[in-house]
Ligand binder design. Structure first.
Ligand code: ZN
Length: 107
């Protein structure tokens, strides 16, 4: 009897290796997506901060609270990609999912 092709054990091993590789790819993809969402959220909050400082330069009486209340429609449009809601806590723009921007996050 001549031996051609793969045995069942060899096929099972190949399928198991492919399953492990695809599981690693899915985990890697979700980590990359999560990090990208964090970055977009962070950028949105930096934009709010920049917008506030630009408005504050024109009107020194402007507080962050009044700026945040007056631009609620903008903050509704600029949403966190992870579904978080933006808020103003302790004079810092924060996200209900990603928290506030801290100096440790900036590199
Ligand atoms: Zn967020």
């Amino acid at each position: 009897m001549s031996k051609k092709g793969f045995t069942l054990i060899e096929l099972i091993i190949v399928i198991a290796v492919l399953a492990i590789l695809s599981a690693l790819a899915v985990v890697g993809y979700s980590l990359v997506t999560q990090r990208a969402n964090e970055r977009v959220c962070e950028t949105n909050r930096h934009s709010m901060e920049t917008m506030y400082h630009a408005q504050h330069a024109l009107d020194e009486g402007l507080t962050k609270e009044s700026f945040f209340e007056n631009h609620e429609d903008y903050f509704d449009d600029a949403t966190c990609p992870s579904g978080g809601l933006y808020s103003l806590e302790d004079d810092v723009f924060g996200c209900s999912v990603h928290g506030v921007i801290s100096d440790e996050d900036e590199e």
